[in-house]
Design a protein around this ligand. Structure first.
Ligand code: GCO
Ligand code: MG
Length: 402
């Protein structure tokens, strides 16, 4: 089962996606998501210029060996670009293996460990009333878990407030827009938002919130403590986690469950967070964290320490990544929840997928492989468009984490 062709497809059906397509000599194809929001072309070049030439002629069946070859064999290890590229190769090889076996990938990973994948949707509003309305709308559609964000009074363009009713779009065409931020104003507002959601809609669903790396550990500890009665499923990305030990401080002060990891690219970014039981959910994704192979390794470590998975599933990860995550989620013992930010119709038309939502759960489908097909002709109608994530500045003009 030799690889005949390794091709990178860059397209922008509503937003940019980088996709790796591998084809074997027997004509089997496999897809991998190589999208790194705002830095897409760096991964495309890493693959096209440095990885694809190495893949042609390799045995597509040797997934672990190829992973090690690309990781150790590069000498320069880790980093978002490298790990995203390896993740795409790994995902495409699992897709091929599934098709070769005539089985959906979750069967190769050990079969179903549950009946469906619990997902959370994204409710947001310009103010509390709108956010409550959006949350109610998700609940009426069958969602059992909802992340809630809202505009912070006095600040324009707060993180997480979607432009459309059901779609959230965190990348702007052209150069980065700049948003103002005040941690003080956010900390005064966030508890009122989440308390209002609970008092209007009750406790009979999972409520989540994302602070998007904006707080210091002591601010984070205070917010977690303040929110204990709101009974959150998780509080996400309270503080930047490059300094893993800083989570000790947060953990010592609050019993609110903590989630982190969407910007991590390897097990080395989270090994202390997991082994010291400083978090409850690890948010790494298939695409950004070295593929299904590496994500399974992280999940196995996490399982030892009562940490569950909560894969990143924003729309800057393509349907290929979402499908791969669902096969992983269905099979992994310590699954927690899956983020589900729905793609637009344009995106779904380019990436036709088998996975489907039903009654609060996603199901990956029974097609051999991942169950996603890339319509290359349609993709060619949507060329790459320069786009960036916003940049945030505090009220005195200092650059802050977005
Ligand atoms: C989330 C994330 C995303 C990120 C996005 C950046 O929890 O889903 O925070 O919204 O901001 O993936 O590209
Ligand atoms: Mg997040």
């Amino acid at each position: 089962m030799r690889i005949r062709e390794a091709k990178v497809v860059v397209c922008s059906p509503g937003r940019n996606f980088v996709t790796l397509k591998l084809t074997t000599e027997s004509g089997l194809t496999g897809l991998g998501d190589a999208t790194l929001n705002g830095r897409e072309l760096a991964v495309a070049s890493y693959l096209e210029d440095h990885v694809c030439p190495l893949l042609v002629g390799r045995d597509a069946a040797r997934i672990e060996d190829t992973w090690q070859y690309l990781y150790r064999g590069a000498y320069w290890r880790r980093g978002p670009v490298t790990m995203n590229a390896i993740g795409a190769v790994d995902t495409a090889l699992w897709d091929i293996k599934g098709k070769a076996a005539g089985m959906p990938v979750y069967q190769l990973l050990g079969g179903r460990a549950r009946d469906g994948v619990l997902v959370y949707g994204h409710a947001s509003g310009r103010d509390i009333a709108e956010a409550i309305e959006a949350t109610a709308s998700y609940l009426s559609k069958g969602y059992r878990a909802v992340r809630v964000q809202a505009g912070v009074p006095g600040l324009q363009d707060a993180y997480g407030v979607g432009k459309g009713a059901m779609f959230y779009e965190p990348a702007d065409p052209g150069f980065p827009s700049e948003h103002a931020w005040s941690t003080e104003q956010y900390l005064r507002f966030a508890p009122t938002l989440l308390e209002s959601v609970r008092s209007e809609l009750g406790f009979d669903f999972h409520l989540l919130h994302d602070a998007h790396h904006r707080l210091t550990p002591i601010q984070a500890a205070g917010l977690g403590k303040r929110l204990e009665d709101v009974s959150l499923f998780w509080l996400e990305d309270l503080a930047p986690a490059e300094l893993q030990e800083s989570f000790r401080l947060i953990r010592h002060h609050t019993t609110t469950p903590l989630a982190v990891g969407e910007v991590f690219d390897s097990i080395w970014d989270c090994k202390d967070l997991i082994a010291e039981q400083l978090i409850d959910y690890i948010r790494c994704s298939v695409a950004h964290t070295g593929g299904i192979t590496h994500l399974r390794r992280i999940a196995s470590l996490a399982d030892l320490y009562h940490v569950r998975t909560g894969c990143h599933g924003a729309t800057d990860l393509s349907p290929v990544c979402m499908a791969a995550a669902l096969h992983f989620d269905l099979s992994v013992p310590n699954f927690g929840i899956q983020e589900y930010m729905r793609h637009t119709e344009e995106t779904d038309a380019v990436f036709r997928h088998q996975y489907a939502f039903e009654d609060g759960y996603l199901h990956p489908g029974e097609e051999p492989g991942l169950g996603v097909e890339l319509d290359e002709q349609l993709a060619a109608r949507y060329p790459y468009e320069r786009a960036y994530l916003p940049v945030t500045r505090t009220l005195d003009g200092t650059v802050h984490s977005w």
